[in-house]
Design a protein around this ligand. Structure first.
Ligand code: NAP
Length: 481
């Protein structure tokens, strides 16, 4: 694939409404071929302190910006994201190694996330509570309104560096909270471009600050009491560590999982299902928090699904992420590719069977399908975050539900059946944040409440729910006389 020579992307931190100059530049390299794709000004304690001051100073201007004005900013930003979607998609494809087709979809979703946040901003909620139902409340009414929490710190992962950043910045604007965001070191450009887009759309100076920095510099933000909410998306290990540190602060955690799909005998055409599962498991090298990791199939159709999945796995379009037909590109780093190789080797040493070969070229790991994976092996119990799927069979639907729940995570599960009683049963029993009927667990639309239970996190995203996390209720009690 021949790449056009484009001007080097060079971006610094975005603080208090302008680009910060003078921060030392760091190269970001493509995980596919190692070429330098961006040079990023990396902030340190000084830049973070200035960003925090700017956000604190923007607290009042943001809180007093009427909801319709916040919505206007968000609508303008949505249109700008659509207009600049090519540039944004290219930035995230370059830095994340995300296949271009998927990067373009992420840019479209980002515009929709801003548009949805605008809709949410236009519908501020307040409740009138009649307190007269209790003798001491006679003659009094309560007015319950939500107010912005104040300064928010957002921390985002490498894998959806545009739309997951939008899921922090857009609700912060809708809620009236200034935000300081630390993007992932491998994929900082999309967040920086979004900060400038929001500024051009009319966000007050200091409302949106994006500071690429080393994770160990974050203390200056995290330990400051002016920071009222830390909203983190990333790995369980880092997320729960933050929660421990921030025990007296609001924290939302959007973490990982080892999502399962249950395939019942009435699921439908097996080759079609297998191709759909392959997309959920292998697209973007499985580097999505709701990537299909465990495929649970009823024993009566297991042989047919196994054959269809082997075919879908072996033929999955894998390679150069800039090629139009490719859906599975490189893993984000050589270390992550090494890790998944060692997990597959561990599983096979302990009795798992490879249904397709384990092959690697550079950071590209070819999609792999296994069965008979022990339930305490890393491949079953931990988050693979790689193009690997494991197949297991069950006899009864209840056993399938037990297998889904046999996880320390609980983000989403897919249930492929049209049987209403089984769907209801799954809804009652599955310990997950969302159940996707008739599809893979990897399905998500940006307006829905999204988040996990167990070690997959706390709190929900999707602009309406994120705005709830970023606001708190305040009660005004009114006397009649
Ligand atoms: P990660 O290693 O946990 O990093 C996430 C972010 O946290 C990065 O910006 C990282 O900075 C920063 N960070 C790391 N250590 C930190 C610390 N001690 N204090 C403060 N910040 C720290 O995750 P990742 O590898 O980028 O992303 C993959 C993970 O994200 C997977 O587990 C995936 O399931 C999860 N994820 C969850 C969702 C969801 O919505 N539930 C969505 C997408 C991804 P550096 O980049 O500088 O290290």
């Amino acid at each position: 694939m021949v790449r056009n020579e484009v001007a080097m992307r060079e971006l610094g931190p975005f603080i208090a409404g302008s680009w910060w100059s003078g921060a030392p530049l760091r190269s970001v390299r493509s995980p596919y071929d190692g070429r330098e794709v961006s040079r990023i000004g990396v902030g340190g304690s000084r830049e973070l302190a200035v960003a925090l001051e700017a956000a604190a100073a923007a607290r009042e201007p943001m809180a007093s910006l009427p909801p319709h004005a916040r919505a206007t900013i968000l609508d303008r930003a949505s249109r700008a994201v659509t207009e600049r979607s090519g540039e944004l998609a290219e930035a995230l494809a370059d830095e994340a190694g995300k296949p271009l087709a998927l990067a373009r979809t992420e840019a479209e979703r980002c515009a929709e996330t801003f548009a949805e946040a605008a809709r949410v901003a236009r519908r501020p909620e307040a409740e009138l509570v009649d307190l007269g139902g209790f003798p001491s409340g006679e003659g009094r009414f309560g007015l319950l309104r939500r107010f912005p929490v104040g300064v928010v710190v957002g921390i985002t992962p490498f894998n959806f560096p545009l739309n997951l950043v939008a899921h922090k910045l857009a609700p912060a604007i809708a809620a009236g909270c200034p935000i300081v965001l630390k993007p992932a070191s491998q994929t900082p450009s999309p967040a920086l471009l979004l900060a400038a887009i929001l500024h051009d759309a009319g966000a007050p100076a200091g409302a949106v600050n994006v500071v690429p920095c080393a994770a160990n510099e974050m203390g200056i933000l995290l330990d400051d009491v002016r920071v009222r909410l830390v909203t983190f998306t990333g790995s369980a290990e880092v997320g729960w560590g933050l929660k421990r540190r921030l025990w007296d602060r609001r924290v939302t955690l959007e973490l990982g999982g080892n999502a399962a799909v249950v395939v019942e005998p009435d699921a439908g055409d097996l080759p079609t299902i297998a191709r759909r599962i392959a997309v959920g498991a292998f697209a973007y090298a499985g580097q999505s928090c709701i990537s299909v990791q465990r495929v649970l199939v009823h024993e009566s159709i297991a042989a047919g699904l196994r054959d269809a999945l082997v075919e879908a796995t072996a033929s999955f379009p894998t390679g150069d992420p800039a090629a139009a037909e490719i859906l599975c590109g490189p893993m984000i780093s050589a270390g992550d590719a090494d890790r998944i190789e060692s997990w597959v080797e561990e599983a096979t040493r302990r009795g798992a069977r490879l249904l397709t070969p384990l092959r690697r070229e550079g950071n590209i790991v070819r999609p792999v399908l296994l069965e008979d994976v022990p339930r305490d092996a890393s491949l079953w119990a931990d988050e693979a975050f790689a193009p690997v799927a494991i197949l297991a069979t069950y006899r009864s639907f209840e056993e399938a539900l037990d297998l889904v729940n046999d996880s320390r995570f609980g983000l989403q599960a897919g249930i492929l059946t049209a049987d209403v009683a089984k769907i209801q049963r799954a809804f009652e029993r599955l310990e997950v944040g969302g159940i996707i009927q008739g599809d893979i667990p990897s399905w998500r639309t940006d307006a829905m409440p999204y988040g996990g239970v167990k070690q997959s996190g706390i709190g929900r995203e999707g602009p309406r729910w994120a705005v709830e996390e970023m606001t708190e209720p305040r009660l005004l009690v009114l006397r009649r006389d």
